[in-house]
Design a protein around this ligand. Sequence first.
Ligand SMILES: Cc1cc2nc3c(=O)[nH]c(=O)nc-3n(C[C@H](O)[C@H](O)[C@H](O)COP(=O)(O)OP(=O)(O)OC[C@H]3O[C@@H](n4cnc5c(N)ncnc54)[C@H](O)[C@@H]3O)c2cc1C
Ligand SMILES: *[C@@H]1O[C@H](CO)[C@@H](O)[C@H](O)[C@H]1NC(C)=O
Ligand SMILES: *[C@@H]1O[C@H](CO)[C@@H](O)[C@H](O)[C@H]1NC(C)=O
Ligand SMILES: *[C@@H]1O[C@H](CO)[C@@H](O)[C@H](O)[C@H]1NC(C)=O
Ligand SMILES: *[C@@H]1O[C@H](CO)[C@@H](O)[C@H](O)[C@H]1NC(C)=O
Ligand SMILES: *[C@@H]1O[C@H](CO)[C@@H](O)[C@H](O)[C@H]1NC(C)=O
Ligand SMILES: *[C@@H]1O[C@H](CO)[C@@H](O)[C@H](O)[C@H]1NC(C)=O
Ligand SMILES: *[C@@H]1O[C@H](CO)[C@@H](O)[C@H](O)[C@H]1NC(C)=O
Length: 500
Amino acid sequence: MRLQGLFFATSLQTLGASTSVDQGAAKACRLLKESLPELVYFPGAAQYVNDTAHWAISSQQNATCSVEPQSADDVSTIVKIIGRSDVRAPFAVRSGGHAYNLGQSSTPGVQVSLTQFTNISYDAEKETVKIGMGLTWAQVYEYLEPLGVMVAGGRINPVGVGGLSLGGGYSWKTNQYGLTIDTIVAHELVLPTGEQVHVTNSSYPDLFFALRGGLNNFGVVTEITYEAHPQTLVYGGLTTYATDNEAIALLNSAASKFSLKSTDPKAQMIVNYASVNGEFIAQTLIFYDGPTPPAGVYDEFLAIPSVSTNVRTSTFREFMASSEGALSADAFGVAQHAIPITKYTVPVLEEMIAQVTAFGQRLTEQNNGSSILVVVQPEPFYQPFTHSHGGAYPHSSDRELTPACPFIVYSANASDPLDVQQARHDYFVSELRNFTHLIQAKAVEEGVSRWDDILYPNYALVDTPLELVYGGNVPRLRRMAAKYDPERLMTLTGGFRFLD
Ligand SMILES: Cc1cc2nc3c(=O)[nH]c(=O)nc-3n(C[C@H](O)[C@H](O)[C@H](O)COP(=O)(O)OP(=O)(O)OC[C@H]3O[C@@H](n4cnc5c(N)ncnc54)[C@H](O)[C@@H]3O)c2cc1C
Ligand SMILES: *[C@@H]1O[C@H](CO)[C@@H](O)[C@H](O)[C@H]1NC(C)=O
Ligand SMILES: *[C@@H]1O[C@H](CO)[C@@H](O)[C@H](O)[C@H]1NC(C)=O
Ligand SMILES: *[C@@H]1O[C@H](CO)[C@@H](O)[C@H](O)[C@H]1NC(C)=O
Ligand SMILES: *[C@@H]1O[C@H](CO)[C@@H](O)[C@H](O)[C@H]1NC(C)=O
Ligand SMILES: *[C@@H]1O[C@H](CO)[C@@H](O)[C@H](O)[C@H]1NC(C)=O
Ligand SMILES: *[C@@H]1O[C@H](CO)[C@@H](O)[C@H](O)[C@H]1NC(C)=O
Ligand SMILES: *[C@@H]1O[C@H](CO)[C@@H](O)[C@H](O)[C@H]1NC(C)=O
């Protein structure tokens, strides 16, 4: 595994990670094949490989079968079969397969893949875009760029539209327009009962609230309508810095100043501190939503000695391509979590580097040369929650949090026995917990984080207590799940669950 590019885009992995065969699943697959003979696939089929593929093999399982619905009616048929009292098969819903946790969009049972929902259309009059949940953000941006508009979507190309849009969505447009969920106008939803509903703030205000962060708890979303915004040329790119003490001190100072002082909503960035097989590297990915940033916005960053950079004026899609890194096709696992931080002070950034270095070196030594990447990415935003109208993911402007992103990538072998793979993953998750804890402790000490601050659902480890992800919304979300899912269908899938 080569681990150079750290804002890595990569092809999906194709190997599986489970053999569990369930009676319900076998029955569901048989019934599905009878009802939707053209849309159901079994191991060995090329479609099955795509339907079960995940970005990280630690999130992947071998399903009993996969199904590719082509319409909301097909989805209704599927959920009704899966939920039959004599079936009740485990299942999972997959959009782009970038979930970080096993079971969120993978299953030993029925893999529902939304890959056929690829319709996309722009309504110039309403200035909205309706997007199918089988698309990636790269495909969305490819369609929109010639129209001169964009939506507030993902910051890395191959991520799926579905998970990002249902869990929150930190975007290159967030300072200007909010999270992706703050820019959604309507959802086409198939409820766990199979009923199809058009969800807006007026048609189903409670579901409209629940779907803004509630992920896969309220059924299967087939399409979403988003606000569109005009797109000009942009400025930005990826820079890798020198790692001598002087350069790093300049970087920390510039990044901290950006976090504490920048008030230009068009100016955004991600900082990347990483240990690649024990070697420290530092990068930034900067983005300005206009052809030229005003003087001062990035000048300090540009003055830091760098190893390489592709910062320039370009189209939005060209900018997106500039962050595509090299992660080779070999299998890897990922342990990923979130650190809620308001602002990034220099001592917090220094602590991040100290822990990245310490964990990176120790884990590399302990793993006999197999590839290890230890990363934390500060994500400074300027008032990201100003555009919030609430939602399941609490993101009130009373407490403007950013989700610093800590993760460990490790080489994995899909041919290893499952228990070996699981033990290796658990080991890295346990290391990640300590890594995360030490950094948050420093942020708490600095007054820029609290232990009860909300964790971003799309980053957090799936065993995070619900209250730390959904806060005071948990009782309401539990009541709603009970109302819309009387047969508790969604307890047959993984992820954060509002029903037991
Ligand atoms: C390389 C990379 C870059 C990332 N960049 C960003 C970023 O810039 N901003 C950000 O906010 N997050 C980012 N993330 C995190 C990302 O938001 C989550 O990983 C997200 O869940 C991925 O969505 P997906 O559709 O690809 O994943 P999937 O694994 O397909 O789905 C994730 C979850 O959503 C559920 N789901 C998906 N679609 C539907 C649907 N239509 N109906 C019901 N449930 C559904 C799935 O069941 C699953 O629980 C990034 C992740 C990676 C790996
Ligand atoms: C998953 O299926 C693939 C073939 O489709 C196979 O190579 C692999 O061994 C399976 N994994 C497990 C854990 O059963
Ligand atoms: C599987 O996915 C790849 C990559 O997206 C695509 O080129 C291929 O056509 C897909 N195969 C099938 C059978 O859908
Ligand atoms: C996509 O659009 C076509 C043409 O309007 C329509 O026939 C089809 O049903 C749509 N597909 C989905 C999955 O919505
Ligand atoms: C690394 O090698 C040592 C000595 O050969 C061995 O004891 C240890 O288990 C190995 N560690 C891993 C993680 O493979
Ligand atoms: C939905 O409507 C309510 C009441 O009219 C309003 O307070 C809220 O801001 C609206 N939410 C969104 C997302 O527009
Ligand atoms: C994965 O494991 C298999 C069987 O244990 C072994 O043959 C193969 O070489 C391993 N692959 C890698 C990339 O280590
Ligand atoms: C992780 O932290 C726990 C408690 O804070 C400690 O007991 C444990 O030894 C630490 N593990 C590692 C690998 O550092």
